[in-house]
Design a protein. Structure first.
Lengths: 112, 115
C-alpha cells in the first residue's frame, strides 16, 4: 500500500541552523507530494508541494525536491528561526485517488 | 478567500453526551474530508464526500460516529454517545477535483475532550 515515512523526532536546533527533515514514500501509483505544518494549537497548513518528478516546492524559505529515483521529498531550510517551531507532516496523494496519506509527523523546536 | 471553517474550536463534554462538529468547506470545492488526529494513531481519514455524497466511510471507527453533508456548504460529524477515547482533534478538509496538484485544504480543527 501507499505509505510515508518521516525521520523520527523530536528535532531540536539552534536559531540559524540548517534544517533537514527526511521523508521517503512508497506509492502504488504516481503521487503528488506535500509538506504540511502544524503550529502549536493550530490546524494543518500547506507549506509546499510538488506534483511531478524533479519539481521543487518552496515557501517561507523551505524547499523540498521530488526525487523519484530515491522516492524522497526531504524538507530543507537554510537558516531556521524560533517561529519555525512546529510539527511538520510529509504526505502524498495518488493521482486519481482521494486519500491523503500522512507520515507520522516530526516535531521541530528551535531554541534562540 | 475564506478557508475551511470549523466549529466549535474547542469542546469539553461528559461521557455519554452527543457531540456535533460542524464544517463549512471552501466555496466551489467538491470533496470534503473528515480526519481525526491523536497522539497514538496520528492523522486518520474518517470519511469523505464527493458532491455531498459519502464515498468512503471505512475509517469511521464505529457506529457511534456518523457524518452528513446536506448541501455543498455544510457538513457535520456526530458522536453519540461520546466516550473518553474519542478525545482528539477533528479536522475537516476540502479540495476541488479540477485543481492542479490535488491540494487538500484543512480547517483549524475542533479540539474535543470527553471527560
Amino acid at each position: 500500500g501507499d505509505s510515508v515515512t518521516q525521520m523520527e523526532g523530536p528535532v531540536t536546533l539552534s536559531e540559524e541552523a540548517f534544517l533537514t527533515i527526511n521523508c521517503t514514500y512508497t506509492a502504488t501509483g504516481y503521487p503528488s507530494l506535500f509538506w504540511y505544518v502544524q503550529y502549536p494549537g493550530e490546524g494543518l497548513q500547506l507549506l509546499l508541494k510538488a506534483t511531478k518528478a524533479d519539481d521543487k516546492g518552496s515557501n517561507k524559505g523551505f524547499e523540498a525536491t521530488y526525487r523519484k529515483e530515491t522516492t524522497s521529498f526531504h524538507l530543507e531550510k537554510g537558516s531556521v528561526q524560533v517561529s519555525d517551531s512546529a510539527v511538520y507532516f510529509c504526505a502524498l496523494i495518488i493521482q486519481g485517488a482521494q486519500k491523503l496519506v500522512f507520515g507520522q509527523g516530526t516535531r521541530l523546536t528551535i531554541n534562540p | 478567500d475564506a478557508g475551511v471553517i470549523q466549529s466549535p474550536r474547542h469542546e469539553v463534554t461528559e461521557m455519554g453526551q452527543e457531540v456535533t462538529l460542524r464544517c463549512k468547506p471552501i466555496s466551489g470545492h467538491d470533496y470534503l474530508f473528515w480526519y481525526r488526529q491523536t497522539m497514538m494513531r496520528g492523522l486518520e481519514l474518517l470519511i469523505y464526500f464527493n458532491n455531498n455524497v459519502p464515498i468512503d466511510d471505512s475509517g469511521m471507527p464505529e457506529d457511534r460516529f456518523s457524518a452528513k453533508m446536506p448541501n455543498a456548504s455544510f457538513s457535520t460529524l456526530k458522536i453519540q454517545p461520546s466516550e473518553p477515547r474519542d478525545s482528539a482533534v477533528y479536522f475537516c478538509a476540502s479540495r476541488f477535483q479540477g485543481a492542479a496538484g490535488n491540494t487538500i485544504y484543512f480547517g483549524e480543527g475542533s479540539w474535543l475532550t470527553v471527560v
